[in-house]
Design a protein around this ligand. Structure first.
Ligand code: C5P
Length: 222
């Protein structure tokens, strides 16, 4: 039994990765965080001083980069050319630059190829912005996960506080709104709900409730 494919898309900080990881664990599937892949490229571009307006330079860089998503206990480590960059790809500078990097056509084409390869032949939960629309249009389950921007900013604030990061709430909210706007308005594969995606608004739901709802949907389609 090879398992089905579950695509989860939605705006920034909607809880996609937290939920996707737990669903993958429950079902014994592989979790693939596509945002981490765009973040990895952005991080390397910053370190190397690559022009983030250049699709050519970025896609050349991507061709020379090995990005590995490594399952570690209940989380996932990101290796860039063999080096653990799990923390670095969550930095403010990467978060601020990633939407620009992710808007380029060749960069996206290469990333989508990698993502389809990673998902081939097994049960996966993949999260991102264009999974149901572009990467895995034949996914058995498509979820579009949202929450109000206030709720998302608050969740990120609490998560940051636990990690010792103290960005003001208002600033987090602004950064989330900016990223959603850039991701929704870009020309290639913008963030949008696939026609056949099920909308899940998590604003007043607990993590467990969201996980259970999606697992229930998935089990009906196995
Ligand atoms: O999911 P996360 O917030 O880590 O994604 C970081 C950024 O990567 C997004 O804001 C978006 O610009 C880009 N992204 C994308 N397509 C995906 C996943 C992420 O364009 N499938």
């Amino acid at each position: 039994l090879k398992g089905i494919t579950i695509a989860i898309d939605g705006p920034a900080a909607a809880g996609k990765s937290t939920i996707a990881k737990r669903i993958a664990k429950k079902l014994g599937y592989t979790y693939i965080d596509t945002g981490a892949m765009y973040r990895a490229l952005t991080h390397k571009a910053i370190v190397q001083g690559i022009n983030m307006d250049s699709d050519n330079e970025l896609s050349d860089l991507l061709r020379q980069t090995e990005i590995v998503l490594l399952p570690v206990n209940d989380t996932q480590a990101i290796l860039i050319d063999g080096e653990d960059c799990t923390e670095e790809i969550r930095s403010q500078s990467v978060t601020a630059g990633v939407s620009k990097v992710a808007a380029h056509g060749t960069v996206r084409k290469l990333m989508v190829e990698k993502q389809r390869d990673l998902a081939a032949g097994m049960g996966v939960v993949m999260d991102g912005r264009d999974i149901g629309t572009e990467v895995l249009p034949d996914a058995e389950v498509k979820i579009f996960m949202t929450a109000s921007v206030d709720e998302r900013a608050e969740r990120r604030f609490i998560e940051n506080t636990k990690r010792g990061i103290h960005t003001p709430l208002e600033e987090l909210k602004q950064a989330i709104e900016n990223r959603d706007k850039a991701d929704s308005e870009r020309e290639i594969s913008p963030l949008k709900r696939a026609e056949d995606a099920i909308l899940v608004d998590t604003t007043s739901m607990s993590i467990e409730e969201v996980v259970d709802e999606i697992v229930e949907i998935a089990e009906k389609r196995m």
